[in-house]
Design a protein around this ligand. Sequence first.
Ligand SMILES: Nc1ncnc2c1ncn2[C@@H]1O[C@H](COP(=O)(O)OP(=O)(O)OP(=O)(O)O)[C@@H](O)[C@H]1O
Length: 211
Amino acid sequence: MSAFHHLEIEQLSIRLHGKPLLSLDTRIGPGEVLTVMGPSGSGKSTLLAWMAGFMSRDFEASGRLRLDGRDITALPPERRGIGLLFQDPMLFPHLSVSGNLRFGMPRATPDKQAAAQDGLARIGLADFGARDPATLSGGQQSRVALMRLLLSQPQAVLLDEPFSKLDSHLRHEMRQLVFGHLRDAGLPTLLVTHDHQDAEDAGGRVLELDA
Ligand SMILES: Nc1ncnc2c1ncn2[C@@H]1O[C@H](COP(=O)(O)OP(=O)(O)OP(=O)(O)O)[C@@H](O)[C@H]1O
């Protein structure tokens, strides 16, 4: 599964109504997590939206986003190869757990059912494939959301407060699981969080945006 990708944010400058909101120039290497923190309104969500390709047109941005050297700045979200994980697992309620895992897999996946089963085993949910997502606990749903992300074979990952809805012992467990899998897969990751423990466990650089 590991492929070792890298992401470059080149001379990014985002303005809102002509006023500078944020500037950034950095590279995120394979398996590296860059944590972005900062007060409310400092532009964390806007940065994620720019990277994912769905920033509101109220903002103006200059700069380039490169994945493995390829300029993806102008591509629509679904063609960027970037996977997202939010605080809500957002599993499809009308699909089984296994169906959720198969949903995002690349079309060319030879045996989606086997890949889903293997993914479930990797998150300790081998017997849960046929269940409806709503019958899983919050922590189990989070693990399924993580595995769905990994099985979609992204080349980079954005995490938006992914642990904030979990209670504290599950949060610790999920951090280990998420950061471990992302590192093993060699995926460059940008994490937005308010939680200093997230940043510490991510183990990478921390960027503080100004108010
Ligand atoms: N669509 C929009 N149009 C105009 N202004 C916006 C829009 N979305 C956000 N803003 C403003 O842009 C600034 C940055 O917002 P953003 O949501 O990126 O901050 P944030 O750091 O993610 O905050 P939080 O931690 O509260 O989520 C804020 O001043 C916000 O009010």
